[in-house]
Design a protein around this ligand. Structure first.
Ligand SMILES: Cc1cc2nc3c(=O)[nH]c(=O)nc-3n(C[C@H](O)[C@H](O)[C@H](O)COP(=O)(O)O)c2cc1C
Length: 453
């Protein structure tokens, strides 16, 4: 019977336990010293016993971020500047994988007034947009040529080789949440006639070729993980169905991917991947509201985003372990490690997933914003699991700030208060410790403090 404290090998990567931090943005962006920002977020997680950090989405080309808080890694020095981060994680006994991706149709260049598209780059799309999407892209998009897709494949390979040099234990491809790699998998977006479309196998070809390019550039033994949309819940068009998601899993295994994180997502970026409440407060708060209006450049876009968030919260309400059916099915279909994520909040849920063999690793995202030392409690409870939930309320107040490039932390004052109160009860030194340690706290959302990297 598998328990949380068991080790796991993923290709050449040896993990000290089964708990990972799911990629949730940190807001490091293009800060002068992003390694310091990332370390401030991750090192406390690892010091508390976390096995694996998956760093939030990092973009492999100069354009293509979906948040200013994402780091662009378009040259080697930028990647190597992250070496102090990977050293710090290893010194603390953990492992770290960097997520690599591109925003495609929904990159900042498509909606943010500070990021205008240029002629050769974003917003990139696999195919011409369907009519209903034109409204969101008045400036048009650029359909990638076959040669551009091939260049992008090489780029992923090269960036992964830099990641290896920088000390990352592997890379994860960002194939979910309506980003470019998901767009290639999706029949909603991908209607190409070249070898990167036309059939389920064709839609998977980009990911397969990227896997090969990474093996070529970074080494056959360098672990490559994949987070991907295994079910696309779109009310308008037939998207990726579970049977397609399972077929993708098999193709990924054959192509040499070392682990899979299958999730449910929508064909547009929304809270389908992070189910929870409508964060109405964020849209009303003066500083955030002003910043969002300025970034989108129009009240119409602001209101469209607000309405989309309300509808998504209704369509995708929080439910515990909501991806369970999906990761269990992928686990039964493949022989490579499967990572669970989505609404996992208690050590009892974690134990149940592992004991039943529904997944090999258990991931938690938003709760790490609220409780950087969460791993300590969950690992301590591995032998006597409880139903005590994490402090995170899945209120999704972290969403808008991260879209705007603000720090990836918990923005719910009540959750923060409860967390400190709880810790004070169990650790009398906590007040002085929280002052001294660099645990990031939510900044007030004034336009001034909400710096765009
Ligand atoms: C603010 C925020 C940022 C996220 N950033 C990423 C990301 O960079 N890459 C990714 O694959 N998923 C990202 N996610 C999705 C999470 O990895 C995770 O799948 C989701 O939050 C569900 O897990 P949870 O319920 O434990 O938070 C993000 C989610 C949130 C709320």
């Amino acid at each position: 019977m598998t328990v949380l404290t068991d080790t796991l090998s993923i290709g050449s990567l040896k993990l000290r336990n089964r708990l990972y931090r799911a990629p949730v943005l940190e807001g490091a962006g293009s800060a002068p010293d992003p390694a310091k920002v990332y370390a401030r977020h991750f090192v406390p997680n690892v010091e508390a016993g976390l096995g694996l950090v998956i760093q939030g989405n990092t973009i492999v080309t100069p354009e293509g971020r979906t948040s200013p808080g994402m780091s662009v890694i378009d040259d080697k020095p930028r990647m190597l500047a992250l070496k102090p981060l990977t050293d710090a994680i290893h010194k603390a006994g953990g492992s770290i994988v960097i997520q690599l991706g591109h925003g495609g149709v929904f990159a900042l260049e498509s909606w943010h007034t500070d990021y205008r598209p240029n002629r050769t780059h974003g917003p990139w799309a696999p195919s011409p947009l369907r009519a209903w999407m034109h409204a969101f892209h008045p400036g048009g998009i650029h359909v990638m040529t076959t040669a551009e897709v091939e260049q992008l494949i090489e780029r992923f390979g090269i960036v992964a080789s830099w990641a290896r040099e920088a000390g990352y234990d592997g890379v994860q491809l960002a194939g979910s949440n309506a980003k470019l790699l998901h767009q290639f998998l999706s029949p909603v977006f991908n209607r190409r006639r070249d070898r990167f479309g036309g059939s389920l196998e064709g839609r998977m070809q980009l990911l397969i070729d990227i896997r090969r390019a990474i093996a070529r550039e970074a080494g056959e033994d360098y672990p490559v993980l994949l987070k991907y949309t295994a079910v696309e819940q779109n009310p308008v068009f037939g998207g990726i169905k579970l049977e397609d998601g399972l077929a993708y899993a098999k193709l990924a295994e054959q192509a040499g991917f070392d682990a899979l994180t299958p999730v449910i997502a929508d064909a547009v970026p929304n809270t389908a991947i992070c189910r929870g409440d409508y964060p109405g407060v964020s849209f009303q708060q003066k500083g955030l509201r002003h910043k969002l209006l300025k970034s989108t450049g129009s009240r119409l876009k602001f209101e469209t985003l607000r309405l989309g968030t309300i509808i998504a919260a209704k369509r995708f309400p929080f439910s515990p372990v909501w991806n369970r059916e999906i990761f269990r099915a992928v686990k039964r279909t493949t022989n490579i490690p499967v990572f669970a994520v989505g609404g996992i909040r208690t050590s009892a849920q974690i134990a149940d997933i592992l004991e039943r063999g529904d997944a090999d690793m258990v991931g938690i995202g938003r709760p790490f914003y609220a409780e950087p030392d969460l791993a300590r409690r969950l690992l301590a409870e591995a032998s006597a699991p409880t139903a005590t939930a994490t402090a995170c309320e899945s209120c999704n107040r972290c969403l808008l700030p991260q879209m705007l490039g603000m720090p990836g932390v918990c923005y719910n004052p009540e959750v923060n208060r409860t967390r400190v109160h709880r810790r004070k009860q169990t650790d009398p030194d906590v007040a002085s410790k929280t002052e001294k340690t660099a645990t990031p706290q939510a900044p007030a959302a004034t336009g001034k403090q909400a710096s765009v990297a």
